[in-house]
Design a protein around this ligand. Structure first.
Ligand code: LEU
Length: 452
């Protein structure tokens, strides 16, 4: 397929792909979700299992998605259509990118609400509300936010507005340049915060919790949580990396680029843990608190830090950009498709899709607002959406996309993508995908579905 098929050209430097993909991977998942999932799943054992999941499931699946994107160089929906028209795969596969797109769409509905919390905290940071805050004050601040439907709606709307504008203006490439700037600053900021948290918090308990292996903490739920977290954190199973693969230069090693992305993603998550847990243990915050964990812990660090007002402003701005660079690809898939297929202006398409996500997000924020109003299986709407996407739709999308690559795309076509002059990780990747990643995801997904 000629490279001209790709509407916006091929990314000339390998680093543009790495930054774009890291921008999608690094986000609220690393700083908001990872610490609380680690907290709920016992610490050290979860971390080891999570790293194994990244290596044996996340990385091979990420490579499969990117390779698939690079074969045809179009948006995921048209790529699969094209392969089916050329009779390389069965037409039934055209449903898979749709499933991936719907998953991204559903995730974005709650992602935007949480990003709204980050915006609300940015506002509080800039108005100096964290100064001298106590643990009780930080808990009350968070509860007040959850109790304030109008404020949550305002920030959710602002965030969705930013996503729609970014996608509508087609500045995805510009985002990669932003990530190039953002990532090093985010990592340095987290390093400084972790160092300070260790000083004012409980370092011994943190290291013991995060890095001590205990067989007692190994059970099926922990493994399920680790797989779900790995897929969520790497943004696989929802078409985003598939779409970025389309812009990746042929000369670049997919294995190398994807390994760097996985490494950066893990690093940011670990640093977030090292910031949050010293405070959790020092201030007796419930380690299993769930989604509130990060938002209750962070104000304490900023409240005590000299220059905390400025620092917190910088931190929440970075978190917001990280959330934006993760959110954009979730809307991009359908917008690109509407634009390329029906010639609908990008901004119009983004507005259309963004409004639907925004409406769904309102149902999510109501579920926080009404505390624990359970609607199904003892879960509120947010928990339901989070559970369905993390444990059912993401694994299903990842299984189908990987199966398509591993069993149905001709091996020679993949070898073409995977082997470069300098590197040949083809066999390692192909076998891991076929015999470890896919079976592991199937077993885990089945057990997870039964348990939902
Ligand atoms: N990988 C993203 C994050 O960690 C989430 C994904 C669903 C876009 O924030």
């Amino acid at each position: 397929m000629p490279e001209s098929r790709c509407l916006q050209g091929i990314w000339s430097s390998p680093w543009i792909f790495i930054f774009a993909a890291s921008g999608s991977a690094v986000g609220l998942g690393n700083i908001w979700k990872f610490p609380y999932v680690l907290g709920q799943n016992g610490g050290g054992a979860f971390l080891v299992i999570y790293c194994l999941c990244l290596l044996l499931v996340g990385l091979p699946v990420l490579m499969a998605e990117v390779a698939l994107g690079r074969t045809v160089r179009s948006n995921p929906i048209d790529t699969v259509n094209d392969l089916s028209e050329r009779r390389i795969i069965h037409p039934a596969w055209v449903g898979v990118p749709w499933l991936a797109g719907i998953t991204g769409f559903l995730i974005l509905a709650f992602y935007s609400v949480i990003a709204g919390w980050a915006l609300a905290y940015l506002n509080r940071a800039l108005s100096g509300e964290f100064v001298g805050i106590t643990q009780a004050g930080a808990s009350t601040m968070f509860d007040d936010l959850l109790g304030n439907r109008t404020e949550m709606l305002l920030w959710h709307s602002v965030f969705m507005g930013l996503v729609v504008l970014t996608v509508g203006q087609s500045v995805t490439r510009g985002l990669s340049a932003l990530v190039r700037l953002l990532l090093p600053i985010l990592i340095v900021t987290l390093l400084l915060m972790a160092a300070y948290a260790m000083v004012i918090g409980n370092m011994t308990a943190t290291l013991d919790f995060m890095f001590r292996w205990s067989w007692q903490d190994v059970n099926f739920d922990v493994i399920l949580a680790a797989v779900g977290m790995a897929l969520f954190s790497l943004s696989v199973g929802m078409g985003a990396m598939f779409a970025y693969g389309a812009y990746m230069s042929k000369h670049m090693s997919i294995a190398r680029a994807c390994s760097i992305v996985v490494g950066i993603d893990l690093l940011v998550a670990l640093l977030a843990g090292l910031v949050i847990f010293p405070l959790v243990f020092a201030f007796n915050i419930d380690v299993e608190a769930g989604p509130s964990l990060t938002f209750v812990s962070l104000p304490i660090i900023f409240g005590n830090l000299p220059g905390g007002q400025l620092f917190s402003g910088v931190f929440f701005s970075l978190l917001l950009i990280a959330a934006l660079t993760s959110a954009v690809p979730m809307l991009e898939l359908f917008v690109a498709w509407l634009h390329e297929k029906f010639y609908i202006a990008r901004l119009k398409a983004a507005l259309l899709m963004g409004s639907a996500v925004w409406l769904l997000g309102i149902a999510v924020l109501m579920s926080f607002n009404h505390g624990d109003r359970k609607i199904l299986f003892g879960r509120n709407f947010f928990e339901l959406l989070d559970g369905i996407t993390s444990f059912i739709l993401l694994p299903l999308g990842a299984i189908l996309l990987s199966a398509l690559v591993a069993w149905f795309i001709p091996r020679s076509m993949l070898q073409n993508e995977m082997i470069t002059k300098q590197t040949n990780h083809f066999q390692w990747w192909y076998n891991t995908l076929k015999y470890i990643s896919i079976p592991a995801m199937i077993v885990i997904a089945f057990a997870g579905w039964i348990g939902v």
